[in-house]
Design a protein around this ligand. Structure first.
Ligand SMILES: [Ca+2]
Ligand SMILES: [Ca+2]
Ligand SMILES: [Ca+2]
Ligand SMILES: [Ca+2]
Length: 608
């Protein structure tokens, strides 16, 4: 048989391509004694494998031969892995799965080291900035950028236009033809200057029927049509609109709201299902206070319904569990039962809608064994518990937030520029998990509310401030993470890893792991690509490439083929290999990599 070659610029695995299963009459079907061979190439070179199979029977002798590339820059160094050797040709007998790495080295290579930093854009994101100016809702969503490709026009030519006609149009606009779709008789023109000014000019040209910008299309429904969405500064701050491109929730996610009840009659709260009232011992979970209704709206107000506000989740169910009375207060007795009920663990009060997530925008200042035991049982049952850090501005979290099984949420305030700050009231400490927008400095979180009571109740929307308002952002994002298929056991660590660092570098008691990043959390962003190469439009041609974990700040490449390249760091959110809005990217100046020399670069990743 002709041996196949494996060739790698960086790393290449040979996986099985086909699995042949032979059923021979009278023969005992499948042979279990077969193993796989993985050959990895480091540097540039070829490995010749003989015989090359997808699987090898035990006892098969395999020969590997390292062949250097013809350009003469690389030489073969050694084998590592399950076979350690220096000869170019090796052979061995397969007795198990085998991993072998062929190391090729550069004769006269350059080296690279670098440092990496992530710089978020505050207060929001370049892609989704909400209107910050009005103190109370009315008006339109503003501030969206890049709705069309700047400097590009699509021209509808007259029928049967000639090459010369098209060239005339390009010349008249000082532009260049980038492409053509003959079936539609349109051309794509790259033009300098203001795109809209050019548009006015081009429509007067005799060769042209009409012209339009090259509009940008993105996945739909990420911007809800709720009229008050533009005042919910707290959503773009935590990158919720970008997260909604991945998921807006799922009907089978239940979030229990342990609070003053929830008014499911609010016109902007659809997803409220049967819960329980542990204050009065009945099924009436109506809210007469307002707090629980506000919290529920942040988690899951009806969204994209042309009414009121948006919620962090658009689909799902709110399970109202009334553990706080109409004055806003409750007790160990009511909250402990509420936790067990929400998790589906209370025998006396069966829960038709057990929740995956329990939101507790409540807290007390004393440690409480009964409450801690309820928390532990719910957590052991796989329920995720989220609670407010408390509003006392002290270095001590309230309970239940302070319990280790509960994800604690502190609050950041709105700032018109620069990074958000810890809200003055927000408790902090070494057991703080994360922060979310709770408002402060005159700017609160906007959600569903009411005034009055009984028949004279008026449904409205209100700004409220506190760690109570921060907490439902986290519960809602957790709901999105679950809806996107993340196992509950990975939620907390993913929240920590993907949070946007604030204050002192890394974890700190004021901000915990940082501000929740809904987009990175639902997309499970965990790594940064480092690429040496050259950008080509929306992709990068790599000469050398590696991946480092998110949070790692140092990288190095011991071997770079000498030449001129740029160095890139790239968080490719959806992992689709395309640089696009929402991705984070850093690009160095041109770097001259000289033989035998090491280059240092500093990269600052910014949202594209
Ligand atoms: Ca709405
Ligand atoms: Ca805790
Ligand atoms: Ca920090
Ligand atoms: Ca991308």
């Amino acid at each position: 048989m002709i041996p196949r070659f494996s060739y790698g610029k960086k790393t290449l695995f040979l996986f099985l391509f086909f699995v042949f299963v032979f059923y021979l009459p009278g023969c005992d079907s499948i042979n279990n004694d077969n193993y796989m061979l993985f050959v990895e190439v480091e540097g540039e070179g070829l490995v010749q494998i003989s015989p090359e199979r997808t699987r090898y029977n035990e006892g098969t002798e395999v020969e590997l031969k390292a062949v250097t590339a013809t350009d003469g820059q690389w030489y073969f160094s050694h084998w590592s892995g399950d076979v350690v050797a220096n000869e170019e040709e090796i052979s061995f007998v397969i007795e198990k799965d085998v991993v072998v790495v062929a190391h090729f080295k550069l004769k006269d290579g350059a080296a690279l080291e670098g440092n990496l930093r992530i710089q978020h854009t505050w207060p929001n994101s370049p892609n989704f900035s909400a209107n910050q100016n009005n103190s109370f809702p009315s008006g339109e969503i503003t501030g969206f950028e890049r709705e069309f490709e700047s400097g590009e026009l699509i021209i509808q030519m007259m029928p049967f236009s000639s090459t010369e006609d098209r060239a005339n149009v390009a010349r008249a606009l000082g532009g260049k033809i980038k492409g053509e779709i003959r079936e539609l008789e349109i051309i794509l023109l790259k033009v300098p200057g203001d795109t809209f000014e050019k548009l006015a000019v081009v429509n007067n040209l005799p060769e042209v029927i009409n012209a339009q910008p090259n509009y940008i299309y993105q996945s739909q429904n990420s911007i809800p049509n709720d009229p008050k969405f533009s005042y919910q500064w707290h959503y773009p701050l935590i990158r919720l609109p970008q997260a909604w491109e991945k998921t807006t929730g799922s009907g089978n996610i239940n979030i229990a709201v342990l609070d003053t009840g929830v008014d499911g009659k609010h016109p902007d709260l659809d997803g409220v299902v049967q819960g329980y009232n542990f204050i009065d011992g009945n099924e009436d979970t109506m809210d007469y206070h307002g707090h629980g209704t506000h919290v529920a709206g942040t988690i899951m107000a009806s969204t994209n319904n042309d009414e009121g506000v948006s919620g962090a989740m658009w689909q799902g169910q709110i399970v109202p569990v009334k553990v706080l009375g109409d004055n806003g207060g409750g007790s160990t007795w009511s909250v402990a039962q509420g936790i067990l009920y929400a998790s589906g663990l209370l025998e006396d009060v069966p829960n038709p809608n057990p929740a995956q997530v329990i939101n507790m925008s409540l807290g007390g200042r004393e440690r409480d064994d009964a409450l801690e035991n309820a928390v532990r049982k719910a957590r052991e049952n796989g329920t995720i518990l989220v609670a407010a850090a408390g509003n006392n501005n002290e270095e001590k979290l309230s309970y239940p937030a302070a319990f280790k099984d509960v994800i604690s949420v502190g609050s950041v305030a709105y700032t018109s520029s620069g990074a958000p700050t810890r809200a003055k009231y927000s408790n902090y400490g070494n057991d703080l998990d994360i922060v979310a927008p709770g408002g402060g400095s005159g700017k609160g979180v906007l959600s569903t509310y009411f005034s009055g009571s009984g028949d004279s109740k008026t449904y409205e929307y209100a700004y409220m401030v506190g760690t109570s308002m921060a907490t439902p952002h986290v519960s809602g994002v957790i709901g999105l993470m679950l809806a996107s298929g993340m196992p509950e056991g990975e939620i907390r660590e993913t929240l920590h890893k993907t949070a946007m660092d604030l204050g002192k570098e890394g974890f700190d008691p004021e901000f915990g792991y940082g501000l929740i990043n809904a987009n990175w959390a639902v997309n499970e962003v965990d790594s940064v690509k480092i690429i040496v190469g050259e950008r080509d439009g929306n992709t990068i041609n790599a000469r050398a490439e590696k991946t480092i974990p998110l949070g790692e700040k140092y990288f190095e490449f011991p071997e770079i083929v000498p030449g001129e390249y740029r160095v890139y760091a790239w968080i490719d959110i959806e992992g689709n290999g395309i640089i696009e809005p929402g991705d984070y990217i850093a690009e160095s100046d041109w770097v001259n990599f000289e033989p035998g020399k090491k280059v240092s670069v500093e990269l600052i990743l910014k949202e594209y």
